[in-house]
Write a protein that binds this ligand. Structure first.
Ligand SMILES: Cc1cc2nc3c(=O)[nH]c(=O)nc-3n(C[C@H](O)[C@H](O)[C@H](O)COP(=O)(O)OP(=O)(O)OC[C@H]3O[C@@H](n4cnc5c(N)ncnc54)[C@H](O)[C@@H]3O)c2cc1C
Length: 462
């Protein structure tokens, strides 16, 4: 066996949180080795949030241009994908080259090892890569930030076809004429609207009864209505049974319909490979779907886990939040442990769907005495002024026993931004009486919160 190389901390996987943790610990003077098998920075900057939001920005410009008639004159637009593809290559991903991020990390004093890291003993990681195998011994411990990969469902015929995942679609140099998307969650819904607005005939196939099924049913209904208006075909309650590819196009068989398209995007969720990561060697269950941690992100003696792999929300903001907590724990700095009562999530469709805390159904399932209040954005002053593209609503979920909000949803133009006030209300448990006793700037979109709160007592509440 090779002699281990000693270091203070090994960070396996340099996603957003891992890169931050590794860099911060190195800056604090620890010997840190970061191991990355793909690109330093992880899924978000190269294959996730950043390129997808650049696409969405472009697609929303097209939609806004189409809203000009009746509001500000005449408009025509000829959508062109090439500036989007170029921007993703040149501004977002450097042609999927991580030199800038890698230099940023080593510039902080970190040591970067490229390859696949596997835990092979307590505080021991073995890295296999193009430059051979190295064994690293971590005096303080190991931070796991290995994230997730696209999950490919075992649909008959799918394996072996040239389907896309998010890692392919962000590299598209032209838009396909037609696209079937398997999966109507946040990722599938965002890409569906982008490509439809650029002229692709899009079909979304979702096994569950509704799109964005983790959100309030009213949000799903609204997104489905808007997708229908934009010509996106949505098949819900429709698990794909068989897929084939004839060299030119895909055919997808659902229970009672058959669909063909030039391209197929698989967006049916994410997976982790804990066995491949060797977590059993650290005393963890390698058959689990996630790595459970305590409030300090400790998973086992000398092991911290952060990001998607913890199952607390597959978001960049969660990865960064948990990374900060793990760093403070490793450096013995104390502070507050993790608190997941007010985790925000935003699906960047148009309208955006922002939500925080519990849905009404989750609050009821938790045994709370629930009251809800909902207001429709088009009937608010700002929504009415905004007119074209004003769809949305704000829904608040109150624990009536304590008279605090435990959840909220904000759908609409800037739905993700309007969410900020609601997140503070849920996290800080601001009394509903206090939320009501302040003026909301007129005529903002967030003023809909005041209307929704007023409805907690009136018609529409329950
Ligand atoms: C299309 C898409 C859009 C998204 N949009 C948003 C959004 O708008 N907002 C948001 O908050 N989140 C979004 N996400 C989610 C976001 O990308 C992730 O939550 C985020 O990247 C944080 O993940 P992470 O820190 O757990 O690790 P990841 O970013 O997944 O990175 C993990 C890294 O570990 C490496 N790795 C894995 N195993 C090993 C190993 N054994 N050895 C060495 N290296 C390894 C991988 O190569 C990878 O670089 C989106 C995701 C997708 C796919």
């Amino acid at each position: 066996m090779d002699h281990p190389e000693h270091t203070d901390v090994v960070v396996i996987g340099l996603g957003p949180g891992g890169e931050y943790a590794a860099g911060t610990l190195a800056e604090a003077g620890l010997q840190v080795t970061g191991i990355e098998s793909r690109l330093v920075g992880g899924e978000c900057p190269y294959f996730g949030c950043v390129p997808s939001k650049m696409m969405i920005r472009a697609a929303n410009l097209i939609a806004e241009t189409r809203r000009v008639p009746g509001m500000a004159g005449a408009s025509t637009i000829t959508p062109d994908w090439s500036p989007v593809a170029q921007r993703i290559r040149e501004e977002a991903t450097d042609y999927w080259n991580d030199k800038v991020a890698a230099d940023r990390f080593t510039g902080k004093g970190g040591h970067l090892v490229r390859g696949h890291g596997k835990i092979t003993g307590p505080r021991e990681v073995t890295v296999s890569g193009a430059e051979g195998t190295r064994v690293l011994a971590a005096r303080k411990g190991i931070v796991i930030n290995t994230g997730t990969a696209p999950a490919i469902p075992p649909i008959m015929g799918l394996a072996g076809t040239p389907y896309w995942t998010n890692r392919d679609i962000v590299q598209a140099e032209r838009v396909p004429e037609s696209l079937i998307i398997l999966g109507g969650g946040a990722i599938g819904a965002e890409f569906a609207q982008v490509f439809a607005r650029f002229g692709t005939a899009v079909t979304v196939v979702e096994a569950l009864p509704r799109l964005v099924s983790f959100e309030e049913p009213e949000a799903s209904a609204l997104i489905e209505r808007i997708f229908a208006a934009e010509g996106i075909r949505v098949c819900t309650d429709a698990p794909a049974e068989r897929v084939s590819h004839n060299g030119k196009c895909f055919t997808v068989h659902l229970g009672n319909s058959i669909h063909t398209a030039e391209q197929l995007l698989v967006a049916t969720g994410r997976r982790v490979d804990l066995a491949g990561l060797g977590v059993a060697a650290a005393g963890l269950d390698d058959k689990a779907r996630t790595i459970p941690t305590d409030g300090w992100m400790r998973a086992a003696d000398g092991v911290w886990a952060i990001g998607d792999v913890t199952g607390k929300g597959a978001f960049t903001h969660m990865s960064m939040y948990q990374a900060d907590i793990a760093v403070r724990d490793i450096l013995g700095q104390g502070g507050e442990p993790a608190d997941y009562r007010a985790v925000p999530r935003v699906t960047f469709t148009d309208p955006e769907v922002g939500s925080v805390g519990l849905t009404e159904e989750q609050a009821r399932a938790a045994g709370l005495r629930v009251r809800t209040g909902t207001t429709q954005v088009p009937y608010t002053a700002r929504g009415w002024i905004h007119k074209a593209g004003n769809d949305g609503f704000v829904k608040v979920v109150e624990d009536a026993e304590r008279s605090v909000l435990v959840g909220a949803t904000s759908v609409g133009p800037c739905g993700g931004e309007v969410l900020s006030a609601l997140q503070v209300a849920v996290r800080a448990e601001v009394p509903v009486a206090t939320l009501r006793n302040m003026p909301y700037a007129y005529p903002t979109f967030y003023r809909a919160i005041e209307d929704a709160l007023a409805k907690l007592n009136g018609a529409g509440s329950s």
